[in-house]
Design a protein around this ligand. Sequence first.
Ligand code: ADP
Ligand code: MG
Length: 248
Amino acid sequence: TKQNLLLAEKMAALGHLAAGVAHEINNPAAAITANLTYLREGMTRKSPPADALECVDESLESVGRIAKIVRQLLEAGRTAASAPRIVHNMSVSRAVRQAVSEAKLHFGSRITASVDVGDDLRAKGDVDALVQVLVNVIVNGAQAIEPERTDGRLSIRAREIEGRISIEVTDNGAGMSEETKRRMFEPFFTTKPFGLGTGLGLPVSLGLVRSMGGDLRVESRAGMTTVHIELERSTLLDVESAPALRAS
Ligand code: ADP
Ligand code: MG
């Protein structure tokens, strides 16, 4: 059934997340172990190695990295847990407008954003989750535009195509390398400097869109990236079969 499919998808997403986390925690943990082993050997000889301070500093940095991963994970877990309050007549227009104004706080007037969204587009989904996805994607687009540029453009377009709701977010930023295209949905994969990127935006967004019965894919080349989000359109039939509405 659909419910089982959703659960299977969530378990698969959780599996990917767990694998990503294990990998990310393993590296700093291995560095800490190596440093402590080295220091311990020095202490048994009663002569701390000359680079002991360096070892300790390195280990503290690794512990900080682990703490950051755990913080991000808790945050992602909170949004994932609170995610699907799915309704059958979510206003896509409202979600797009809210996301754009939230995202604008991150990039200000440096970038020209154009919004083309139909008046009363409705889809199956959770409006908070869709806003979160769109903010992630729009901020990614803005961050892909080099800071010194003055011709940065973002376009957000939502329409109905062949009975599905299609939302496209396009930027004229740097685009993705081949490696990034391969790895963009890996939890914690980021090309941004430490502290700026979490590497969770796209994997979490993909999970949220899928939990709404939709899909998210990315098309990118030098100078242009488009994120396509597809959702199930609301039909009168859907609205009538929605449990909350039928009960009233
Ligand atoms: P984060 O933004 O924290 O790095 P994401 O999961 O949102 O993590 O994105 C992963 C990576 O995908 C980014 O670090 C970036 O390299 C690449 N990326 C995402 N969106 C775009 C875009 N619009 N243009 C170019 N690269 C992008
Ligand atoms: Mg991001």
